[in-house]
Design a protein around this ligand. Sequence first.
Ligand code: HAM
Length: 428
Amino acid sequence: MARYQAPRGTQDVLPEDQPYWRWVLGVAHDVAARYGFQPIEVPVFEETEVFVRGVGTGTDIVEKEMYTFEDRGGRSLTLRPEFTAGIVRAYIEHGMRVRPQPVKLYAVGPVFRYEAPQAGRYRQHTQISCECIGEADPLADFEIMCMAWDLYAALGFQAVQFQLNSIGCPRCRPPYIRDVLVPYLRSRREELNALDVERLQKNPLRVLDTKEPESQAVVNEAPSITAHLCPECSEHFAQLRFYLDMLERPYELNPRLVRGLDYYTRTVFEVTAQGLGAQNAVGGGGRYDGLVEVLGGPPTPGVGFAAGIERIVLALKAQGAVPPPLPAPQVFFVHRGRLAKDAAVALADQVRRRGLGALVAFGERSVKAQMRQASKAGAEYVVIIGDDELAHGEVQVKHLDTGRQEAVVQAELVAWLHKRLTAAHSAP
Ligand code: HAM
């Protein structure tokens, strides 16, 4: 066993898995661009307060999962456990409210949560997070959900499920919790699992999405928040569902869906996929109309969504999806003799300067061994150079797929390859 291993809950993405990653990220960038989202980069760590205030003190993320440390200057910093709070911090800091609203931003990168690792749950995972800040129209919620839809559809996902709920606003949610939910849960307290009894004190809404088997009967019969929304929240939710129905985007209403971050208002949704076991959420999001204000900006609505790349890749593999291959160097130089090797080095250099990929066999192996290397490397053409061919100013070029081989004048080789390789790749 190796002396050092990647830290628990982290993983290396090896070259053989990279085609999946490139594919997923390529599609994600494309979809984001199609919906008018602009890329942004935010730091991997923020002042701890950004997440404590943004994500919320009663959440698992803030209570148990943050990688928080003091830097040498005595500041408390935290590795981002999600993107939304940091992106909203950037929106405020850079005065983006003077730009045309909404501002649509998206970011891709690692996020960190100290969770109990298991299949599909890691301590470092990668998200694409899309945030539409400055728009209250339910059409913005619809667009976010639709965009998520397009992302999974473009990857050929079979059977994704969208679960949808509205959890109201600071006007209608507290009375629901105080006057309806808590009295109900208290009345059936003995039937709840001990963890849920604790949640009932700290964050009663979270009892609704408990995974504890004993508590299921109680939460299944709990009065649903959607029956207690204020008229504005109710109308907003109805309008979002109208758009989803109009464009036939299937979803399931789940009155127990509340999500694990405190900033949500109104819309919350989660996307699940098959083949992942317990950790089957491949994405989730919702509206966060109070977040900009919580982080010190003016009242500004917002809605967003994030997808976990590792889980998408796991689901794609489970479904047997085949990613497009990554480009490999197209030309491989095989040489026989000292002068031939020098010529190969010079020719490969010219080929690369024309923007093509080229490899030269290292060492002085047999031609047969070099040919095997060429086919392993995925080259399209092998250029074979021997000292005697050089004397005639020629090289042999073999097309590996067809096996066809021909002599090409050395001085014309680069143009010859360029013509064939660029024509092949620009064909429709
Ligand atoms: P989240 O549901 O906590 O939402 O995370 C989004 C996605 O990241 C999940 O659906 C899942 O695919 C992936 N994910 C989360 N935790 C892990 C983990 N430990 N290991 C592997 N994958 C994981 C958010 O983070 C919100 N910021 C989403 C959002 C954006 N809401 C509004 N805007």
